[in-house]
Every structure is written in structure tokens, then in C-alpha cells.
Design a protein around this ligand. Structure first.
Ligand code: ADP
Ligand code: ZN
Length: 515
């Protein structure tokens, strides 16, 4: 057993820290006890030390499986600079370079060896060359197709434990709900792993969700007073990242697009400029950010909805790693939901992905504290509302929306449940567009019965009606709106419907007018 003094001394000497963060010490102790360990700790929580520090004190070498080939060199350089003998093996190296590494392994001159999952073919040679004390699997959620960033190469990792049953393993990730955790341990063959689950509550991150209309204008308002701060805007498509970066540049911001379609050297230089505060804003697809160690990202915006809460939490978690107040903003739009729904349906495990998307959607449409919803998703209950999300700051006011609901539901009924949300709203508001007129909807009894409510408000009310279970979207049938049995109670039994006051809540909320 390692004494506390020795741990602390090593922490100070090699990493420069005076004390461990919550959980780090327990995890490290468990590693020394020879257990397999599963570590779930939010981004920025300090996972690396949980295997880097043991690596220094254990007799042999620690293998780190990491998907971040592009960053391996930087990571290793960083460690070497701190006096930690580290190296990496991947397919980009010359044979000579690799031979040199193997020589050092044999001489026990390397404590940490980073290996890409694609380069596992080297592992047996490493095992025969050196004395392996520990295997660390970084970003372990990549092994699970239930997780949000499945990497096929990771599935081969199950073989490690079979082949080397005596070598303890530590799997680490920032994002895994219960099902994913189980799947990670199953796939890695570590059924008896000790689980270390840290609190996911990142109190310094404010949570904000706004309707996704006039997004660029909203972003400009958001950016006022934030000159020089580092921020990330996540988009769904490469095209979006480029358009957005161009528009921001035109407004005088230092912004760049970042996505997997860029050349390796472009990506590296953008990352470096961002890390060194030479670039304010990165407009990125989710390709960006894994393993980026930048503590002073002050804000993260989701231009589009993420496909699930794990991805969302991971991405917003890149803000405020230094613990200082940081802002996150998610634009919620119906169009994104529809698009993500299509992606999910086309994916391998559509059912799971659709259910996860549904949770994401519920989160963004929530009328209760968002942090509660988010944390409960990861199995954590907080005793009170957070006070640092938009719902807490501007709790919605409810009003008796029965008449509005009756108008909407009877319109859907008169449209014979054959039209999507946009047409229902057009009919309610008496729109005179070609589609309406062609279909003769101007002759319906409910045509134009609610011109007093804006298009946008109607959209919000419709979403609430969907959320409250009065209306369903037929995703397999051109997104036509269908009435549920609950709707019949409203239409025929005068059941009361409460709606949240959107216009008011949004005027209070929308940065376009608020700041
Ligand atoms: P993760 O891998 O969980 O995202 P890192 O291991 O990269 O997190 O650590 C996040 C940041 O916290 C890094 O800047 C790291 O140097 C710092 N850190 C880690 N442990 C400690 C500690 N015990 N005391 C102070 N800072 C720490
Ligand atoms: Zn809250």
C-alpha cells in the first residue's frame, strides 16, 4: 500500500498540485489495490491524474488507450515536460522510431505509453517487451454503441482483459448513463470493476435554452460584452460551421470553422490558436473538443440540438473547466428535432437513439429546473432547484390555455389529422399562401380563428400541447399531427389545459431584447 505522503509528494512534484480533487485519491488507492476500475467523472474533473500518478509509482509501464491520435504527441510532450517518461505508438510513426520506443520499454525507461485503439496490433509486442502494470482506457464510452461517440476500433479492446487477466484496468469517461456504464464493463470484460461516479453538477455553468429563431442575431447579442473570451459554437453540419464562422468574421470576430473535412494541418493550427487564445471562437461540428485541455473556455453555444443529453453534457462541459462562471446556450428548434429523428431512425439501434433524442427534446422544452433534469439523467438527484438555469431565473407563468388548445385541436381534427404543424398554424392564423388556398383550407370553420397569436407563439403552444400529450407527431407519416385520446377530453369534455406563457417568458429571456 502506498502511503498518503508519497501520493501527495508525487502529486506536488510532477503535477504541481497541493491536494487531490474529490474522488481522485480514492480512485488512485483502488488502482494500487489492483482492482479494475470504472471512472465516471465530468470533463475537467481531473481524470488523467487517476492513471498518470499511479503510472509513476507502479513498477512497470502503464498503457493508455486513447482515441485522440491527433493529440497524442501533445499529451506526451506535456508529460515529458513535467519529467514523466512517456511515449506513444501509432501508425504514423517510422519503424525506426517505434524500435526506439520498444528499446526503451525493455529498459523500463517509459512509464506511460499511449496507444491508439487502431494500433492494438502492437500490444502483444509491448507486453512481451515490458512489465505492464496498468491498462487505462481513456474515453471509454467509445466502446459502447449505446454511448454517444461509438468507435468501432474500440470494440477490439475486450480482448485485452481476456489476454492479460492479471493486469488491472482503469476505464475512464465523462459521459455514460447507467446503461452505457454497464455496456462498457461488459465489453471490456471487467464485471467486477469498482465504480467511481463523481458528481456531475457543474454549478459554474449556467444553462440556457432559447427558441432557435433568428439565431445569428441572438448570438450577436450574446457576444456583446464577451470580446476576447473563448467560446465554442457547435453545429450539426460542416456547412453550418463555415457559414457561421464567415458571418462572425464579417462582424469582426476572430472565428474559424472546425470539422472533420479540414486538412490535418488546418485542424491542428486552429486548435493551437484557440488553445493559445489567438482565436476567440470556434464554430465546430462535434469532431472538435475531445481531449482539448483548455481551462478558460467561457461559453459554449449549441447552434443545433445535440442528439442526446450525454453529448450535450459533454460539449457544454468544455466550458469553465477552471471553475469560473461560464455560460451555455442551446438553441432549440423543431426542425432540428425532425432532422435528428431521421438520423436516429437510420441508425443501427434506432429505438435507443430515438428514446435518447426524446429525453433531449424534453430537456429543451422543460418548464422545470434544467439542471435537475440533466443530473437526474445521470442518476443524480439534487435537493433543490439550481438557480442557474433559464427556467429557474424566469419560471414560466401558466395561464388557462383551454380555448387556445380547443382551437388548435379542432383545427387538427378538421384537417383530418393529415397536416404537419406548419399547416395547422397557417390555418389557425388564416394564412393566404398557395398551399392553403390550393387545398381549400380557407373554407374550414377554424380558418383564421386565431390571428391574434403570432406564428412563433403558436409554434410554442403546439410544442407544449405535444409535450403534454394532447397531440402526437407521426414521424413515419410526413410529421402529420395526430390527436391523442387526451385531446378528445379537451374537445368534448371541456378538460382544462394549462399553457406556459411563452411570449412573456421569451421577452424576459430573449437576449435580443434583454441586454
Ligand atoms: P479530464 O480528463 O477529467 O477532463 P483533466 O485530467 O484534463 O480532466 O484535468 C482537468 C484540469 O484539472 C487540468 O487542467 C488539470 O491539470 C487540473 N487538475 C487535475 N487534478 C487537479 C488537482 N488535484 N488539483 C488542481 N488541478 C487539477
Ligand atoms: Zn435550475
Amino acid at each position: 500500500m502506498v502511503e498518503e505522503v508519497k501520493l501527495k509528494r508525487t502529486l506536488k512534484e510532477y503535477f504541481g498540485y497541493d491536494s487531490f480533487r474529490p474522488q481522485q485519491e480514492n480512485i488512485i488507492r483502488s488502482v494500487f489495490e489492483g482492482n479494475d476500475n470504472l471512472v465516471i467523472m465530468p470533463t475537467g474533473g481531473g481524470k488523467s491524474i487517476c492513471f498518470q500518478l499511479p503510472a509513476l509509482l507502479l513498477p512497470g509501464i502503464t498503457i493508455v488507450i486513447s482515441p485522440l491520435i491527433a493529440l497524442m504527441k501533445d499529451q506526451v510532450d506535456g508529460l515529458t515536460a513535467n519529467g514523466i517518461p512517456a511515449a506513444f505508438l501509432n501508425s504514423s510513426q517510422q519503424e525506426k522510431e517505434q524500435q526506439e520506443i520498444f528499446r526503451k520499454i525493455e529498459l523500463n525507461e517509459i512509464k506511460l505509453l499511449y496507444v491508439a485503439p487502431e494500433s492494438l496490433q502492437y500490444i502483444d509486442a509491448v507486453f512481451s517487451a515490458g512489465n505492464i502494470s496498468l491498462i487505462a482506457i481513456d474515453e471509454a464510452h467509445c466502446i459502447s454503441s449505446w454511448g454517444h461517440d461509438f468507435r468501432p476500433a474500440y470494440t477490439q479492446l475486450g480482448y485485452l482483459k481476456n489476454r492479460h487477466p492479471q493486469t488491472p484496468m482503469i476505464a475512464l469517461t465523462a459521459t455514460a448513463d447507467k446503461a452505457t456504464r454497464q455496456d462498457i464493463c461488459d465489453q471490456l470484460n471487467i464485471p467486477y470493476a469498482t465504480h467511481h461516479i463523481s458528481s456531475f453538477d457543474r454549478k459554474n455553468l449556467s444553462l440556457d435554452v432559447r427558441p432557435g429563431n433568428k439565431k445569428f442575431e441572438q448570438i450577436l447579442v450574446f457576444l456583446k460584452g464577451r470580446r476576447g473570451e473563448s467560446g465554442i459554437i457547435y453545429c450539426l453540419s460542416r456547412k453550418n460551421t463555415e457559414e457561421l464562422a464567415a458571418k462572425l468574421k464579417a462582424k469582426g470576430y476572430e472565428a474559424e470553422a472546425y470539422h472533420a473535412g479540414l486538412s490535418h494541418s488546418d485542424r491542428i493550427s486552429i486548435q493551437e490558436n484557440f488553445i493559445n487564445d489567438k482565436l476567440e471562437i470556434i464554430c465546430a461540428t462535434i469532431a472538435f473538443g475531445m481531449g482539448i485541455d483548455k481551462s478558460n473556455v467561457r461559453w459554449v453555444i449549441h447552434y443545433n440540438m445535440p442528439k442526446n443529453l450525454e453529448g450535450y453534457y459533454q460539449e457544454i462541459g468544455r466550458a469553465g473547466r477552471d471553475g469560473l462562471p461560464s455560460s451555455t446556450l442551446l438553441f432549440h428548434s423543431y426542425a432540428d428535432v425532425v432532422q435528428l429523428q431521421k438520423f436516429a431512425e437510420g441508425s443501427g439501434n434506432a429505438e435507443v437513439q430515438l428514446a435518447k433524442l426524446e429525453r433531449m427534446k424534453q430537456y429543451s422544452e422543460a418548464l422545470t429546473c434544467r439542471r435537475r433534469i440533466l443530473l437526474s439523467y445521470f442518476g443524480e438527484i439534487i435537493p433543490r432547484d439550481c438557480g442557474n438555469c433559464d427556467v429557474c431565473k424566469n419560471p414560466p407563468e401558466f395561464f388557462d390555455g383551454t380555448i387556445l388548445a380547443q382551437k388548435a385541436l379542432s383545427t387538427i381534427y378538421r384537417l383530418r389529422e393529415q397536416e404537419p404543424i406548419s399547416m395547422v398554424i397557417d390555418v389557425l392564423r388564416g394564412a393566404q399562401n398557395a398551399q392553403v388556398l390550393e387545398k381549400g383550407f380557407q373554407n374550414l370553420k377554424t380558418y383564421g380563428i386565431s390571428q391574434d397569436v403570432s406564428w412563433r407563439d403558436w409554434q410554442q403552444y403546439m410544442i407544449q400541447l405535444i409535450n403534454q400529450g394532447y397531440v402526437e407527431i407521426a414521424f413515419h407519416d410526413q410529421n402529420k399531427l395526430k390527436l391523442t385520446s387526451l385531446a378528445k377530453n379537451v374537445l368534448f369534455d371541456h378538460q382544462k389545459v394549462l399553457l406556459a406563457e411563452v411570449t412573456q417568458a421569451e421577452i424576459k429571456k430573449s437576449p435580443v431584447v434583454a441586454e
